[in-house]
Design a binder for this molecule. Structure first.
Ligand code: PLP
Length: 370
């Protein structure tokens, strides 16, 4: 029974039920369960950030620095940007919500790839935007020409997630740069680079480059400490953008909500680039191994530059999901396929072993139908 729905803001009254809100199940799991469903980094923190975390938990009673000066200073240094270019927030999910709070008027058009990260569709709906999903092609690559063609006078925001989630696929940097240069100035371009640190394509570079050169259009590059830095539980995200744009982000209440522990740990993590490199390297090795093995098993596997892999098994995706869940391995089941996050080698090996068994059983059933 919907008792209070009329109390909601208009866009919330008509918002389609969020896939996340609809889930009644706890998303926490006992330690023996392999969580290959949230793209977390089981490698956790590097030594410097671990030490900073342990120091920070001694003083939980102090308010965090409202302006996150140390963290922003370190991020600016890491990317050779100005302090004024950096915005931080309590996770990049919260920063995606800030886009709605700051920019969306009802009726504004919001362009994104489909499938892509659902938080963008959610924020568009939450603030009454008109969603303009642009289908990815058969290989799960963005159709950048179709995105350009979809731009109208009413377009407010256009988002590209690169590498994309849930597909893991990746747009060549030079191609993405050329695309951004063609977007008209009235459109806010958001590039979500949550998985950029996992990319091993040697020609790749961050679209922060365009912010640095002072491109004359609104451009926001989003990043997070949740993925390669192994800090998903601490909730720290950031964006690199024009200083004027960065100032406006300060108007959002969420701008001040980065925890003390999160700021301290993230500030130390920026200096721990050896850890980032080590995780990138092992992830790339595991990515190659899991991709090749799944292909050998007859799955269609999309080329990933990320820390997860989208694949289509020759059997139903929910069957794959349930059989793995029975054996304490959780993976995702989006868009009629499966998405597996890359864990440590032994975790991936267990996943692959179960996949071999499931697919061997399925092949047997096919040969001897009941
Ligand atoms: C995981 C993820 C994020 C954000 O994560 P936070 O934990 O909220 O910082 C943002 N974008 C994409 C595409 C992601 O997959």
């Amino acid at each position: 029974m919907q008792k209070y729905v009329e109390l909601l803001r208009d866009p919330m009254q008509v918002k389609p039920e969020s896939l996340r809100a609809a889930r009644q199940k706890s998303s926490s799991t006992p330690p023996h369960v392999y969580r290959l469903n949230y793209n977390e980094s089981p490698y956790g923190l590097g030594p410097a950030s671990q030490a900073a975390l342990e120091e920070a938990i001694k003083t939980p009673y102090v308010y965090p620095d409202w302006f996150s000066v140390e963290l922003k200073t370190n991020l600016a240094k890491l990317y050779d940007m100005k302090f004024e270019n950096v915005v931080v927030g309590p996770g990049s999910s919260a920063m995606i919500n800030m886009l709605g709070e700051l920019f969306i008027n009802p009726g504004d058009e919001f362009i994104f790839g489909d499938p892509s990260y659902e938080a963008f569709r959610d924020v568009a709906n939450d603030y009454g935007a008109v969603t303009v999903p642009i289908p990815l092609d058969d290989d799960m690559n963005y159709d950048l020409d179709a995105m350009l063609a979809a731009i109208t006078d009413k377009t407010k925001i256009l988002v590209v997630v690169n590498p994309n989630n849930p597909t893991g696929t990746y747009i060549d940097s030079a191609k993405l740069e050329a695309f951004i240069r063609k977007i008209p100035k009235h459109v806010i371009t958001v590039i979500d680079e949550a998985y950029m640190e996992f990319v091993t394509d040697e020609k790749s570079y961050s679209m922060m480059k365009l912010v640095k050169e002072g491109i004359d259009k609104p451009l926001i590059i989003m990043r997070t400490f949740s993925k390669i830095y192994g800090m998903a539980g601490l909730r720290v995200g950031y964006a690199i953008t024009d200083p004027d744009m960065a100032d406006h982000f300060g108007k959002s209440s969420n701008a001040w909500n980065v925890s003390f522990i999160g700021q301290k740990t993230a500030a130390a993590a920026t200096a721990d680039q050896d850890h980032v490199t080590a995780v990138r390297d092992i992830n790339a090795q595991e990515r190659a191994k899991v991709t090749a093995t799944l292909r050998d098993l007859g799955c269609r596997v999309f080329d990933s530059q990320s820390n997860f892999i989208l694949f289509k098994a020759p059997i139903d995706n929910m069957t794959v999901y349930s059989k793995l869940e029975e054996k304490d391995v959780l993976i995702g089941a989006p868009i009629g396929m499966n998405r597996v996050s890359l864990g440590k080698p032994e975790m991936n090996e267990k996943f692959l072993q179960i996949m071999r068994e499931i697919l061997a059983d399925a092949a047997l059933c096919e040969k001897n139908p009941a």
